[in-house]
Design a protein around this ligand. Sequence first.
Ligand SMILES: *Cc1c(COP(=O)(O)O)cnc(C)c1O
Length: 370
Amino acid sequence: MTIGNHRPSQLVIDQSAIYDNIAAEKARLKSGTELFQVVKANGYGHGITQVARTAERAGASGFCVAILDEALTLRAAGFNEPILVLGITEPKYADLMASHHISATVGSVEWLESAASFLQTGHHLAVHLGLDTGMGRLGFQQPEELSVAVNYLETHPQFDFEGIFTHFATADSADTDYFKIQVARWQAFMAVLPKRPRYVHVSNSATSLWHEVCNGNMIRFGVAAYGLNPSGTELKEPYKLKPAMSLTSQLVFVKQLPKGYSVSYGATYTATEDEWVGTLPIGYADGYERRLQGFHVLVDGQLCEIIGRICMDQLMIRLPQKYAVGTKVTLVGADHGQSITLQDVADYCGTIHYEIACGFTARLPRVYVN
Ligand SMILES: *Cc1c(COP(=O)(O)O)cnc(C)c1O
């Protein structure tokens, strides 16, 4: 997608916020527990290589991604740390992974058998066995299956049994019943493991923030590094998370709309009196969702309503007075002591901040500060 470098709408990424969030988490970890930064989906929309660089400086010793291509992006950018692909990669790419020292998530012996047929002699593929303790997404479901896989790995030296992990479905909830069920299943799996691999990991951000006793010797730190509370508003963060992402634009057109005149497709908004209306060069093609009609933005520290339907590339707001073309508008972030958070945007859309952050499209330039 073409990046809008000549348009005043941009995502501003505060690198010091990411740094501080990771450093704060690192400081809470028991010594010997490593932090792998999760940078999937373009670093939750913040920019994969830039986030990885900041995470590295803040003490991350490895990375997790969702798909092989993201891992290859990191390797191409020169990162030499361990990288784990959290999703299932097709076994036919086993040799590609091995040659880039990228670790694979494995959830079945069949996958190992198939991958073995693609591995060139002399190549070694590092694997992390995924255990399904209740997420129901991927991984071995029974301790007996795990034993078969461990035996297979012992007799097939082209694989390096590097890690074992699980993923919790409710670590971000105040209700811990289901979490405890998953912990019990995890322990049943661990009981059949003859010896522990290098990395034993169960924690996403929520688990490490609120169930840190469960942390193995590595955590998969994701959303909290970006300054977002994994629980939304349900649980209080143990330290202040600093949001890294802001979204700003500028008024590109300002006019007085006479009483009785309407705005945007469908003419769903009609001025009830003479009003000042500003146009912003951002729309749903930027990931600023159409459902945000009626939500607000900040101009000069004041909340201004988005009026009429949000278009693909533009939207209109009601201004309290005349403002000059070029006036800064904050769609996410702070302005004169007021703020709009990704959580506010997500609440309005009926979703979670994760989806909003990674939903901003490539047309928005990412500008790095601090
Ligand atoms: C995305 C993901 C994470 C990171 O989750 P956060 O909630 O962003 O911390 C960790 N582990 C797995 C398996 C994931 O898919």
